[in-house]
Design a protein around this ligand. Sequence first.
Ligand code: HSE
Length: 410
Amino acid sequence: MKSVAILGHGTVGSGVYEIIEQNNKYMLKTYDEFINVSHILVRNPENHKDIKSSLLTTDFDAILSSDCDIVIEAMGGIHPAYDYIRRSLEHRKHVITANKDLIAEHGSELLEIAYNYNVTLNYEAAVGGGIPVIKTIRESLSAHRLNSITGILNGTTNYILSKMHEENISYDEALKGAQEAGFAEMDPSADVLGFDAARKLSILTQLSTGKQLKVKDVLIEGITNLDDKDISTARKLGYKIKLISKLIRYEHCLHAFVKPAYVRSTSQLGLINNEYNTVVLDLGQIGQMTFSGKGAGKFPTGSAIYGDILDILLNDKHQTKKPLVPTKICHYAQGYNDWLVRLYSLNHPIDLEKVFKFFNQGNVQIEDFTDPHDLAFTIQGMSETNLIDSIKKLQNLNIISVSKYFMILE
Ligand code: HSE
């Protein structure tokens, strides 16, 4: 039997509590084991009348001095979560957290503390909700060299983009739906500006490469600048826009971004909709491996935490110490890619002939020029640096005023 204390009783905390309660009979029957919830830390016990009052506490120190074995941090945010996790580990309690902000920022340091105190810090729920990708990378795939990660790592933005694409509803309406379903962060700007996905990409990268990739090393662009024409151009071309997280491991550097990109509607990435996430790992020797599932919500996240409890309960296995290696970051994709480019001219109609003089390195196709001030075209086989260079020249010559571009992935 192991006793667990749950810090927080919001979407995640209540999900894991329910899953523990539902599964105890099965645990006894199957493993002759039992998970006892000893404490639930909340701010206002009177807001949680559905929980036995003897379980509720507002005092973290009471948990620290109790004989509970595992502390589950389901509060989110850096403070006081960091302090609670650190102190729990130093009191030789195993810790499980769903906190991607904290693991991306302080994971390496906290894992070292866990190692030094011979306890486990598990964080399966921090990436991909219910998809068991952390344990799989850490254990089953650890022998293989990672070449790239391609992911849809944020349920809220994927839900918003899916609803805008399929149901033609507005961004605001779709965001409200994601918030009501419990997918969005307390401050949804972390979702829609791309930071949540960047934190998850940083965690996956550091785990799979052993190299340091800070969130500030990831080029981040959220979904707030997308307009109706971006969505309708995608629809017309048989594409969807997805918020893609990508890590490419080049020989001498890492390149990482979170950006909206065009993917074919029927491709593997195009078929991941609503709150579903996906992680595609390219693992050299063994090729590509794809994991998909619900990336947000009470039960997917609760299920990942429950898996982390079983990991400790059944194996009681401790951390390995693996310090991260500093590495070089490159800011642009290397090699040649396909792009969807939007060019705008605020003052005069766009002169197509002048524009395409600067794009003669690639194979250009006009996709939408119904408005002479707003051109959408695709270009195949151009490097990102050449693309940026051409756009800058057009801006300097006042041929266009504003631009944006998306990578076409598959
Ligand atoms: N806000 C996050 C998302 C929750 O939408 O993916 C799961 O990490």
